[in-house]
Ligand binder design. Sequence first.
Ligand code: SF4
Ligand code: SF4
Length: 174
Amino acid sequence: MKTFLEEVNEKIKGVPIQRCYHCRKCTAGCPLASVMEYNPNRIIKMIQMGMKKEVLNSSTIWLCASCETCITRCPNEVDIARMMDILREMAIKEGVPAKEKNVILFHEAFLWGIKLRGRINEPLMMVNYKLRSGDFFSDMSMGIEMFLKGKLPLISPKTKNLRAVKDIFEKTRQ
Ligand code: SF4
Ligand code: SF4
């Protein structure tokens, strides 16, 4: 039977995560480390120690924003953003509920927006998310502020090759 570390490495298909020597440069640059249950390099340590249940149940894997700051800073090119994707996929496949409320609905609204236009239109995505979640009023003031500063354009360009995007969705059955 494969260890948790072997399972993760097999799916990453890149630099094996045991190459991490815990310098914490990833965590120092991660914009979300301060609100994470376990910081990014701690998650790597937990994988190395076989703590699958704790990792898949942690809010960290759902709070990661896939910004890739960590891999940019890592001297060993450990792809933490990809690792977090793999951990989220594992949690879904194994029926582990997401620890962050409505986060899966947010991901679904994001993918819905990409499938529709090939690019994200934030206001459209937020409407879709609000309808899915029924959470109409949280972040409302921030949304209005962003809109007034021109950060939420109502019209955004569509991708030129929407067919190629739809093909990706079909191939991955989304
Ligand atoms: S920056 Fe790379 S080597 Fe350093 S702790 Fe993070 S993953 Fe490990
Ligand atoms: S990809 Fe995730 S773990 Fe890495 S820096 Fe961004 S938020 Fe943090």
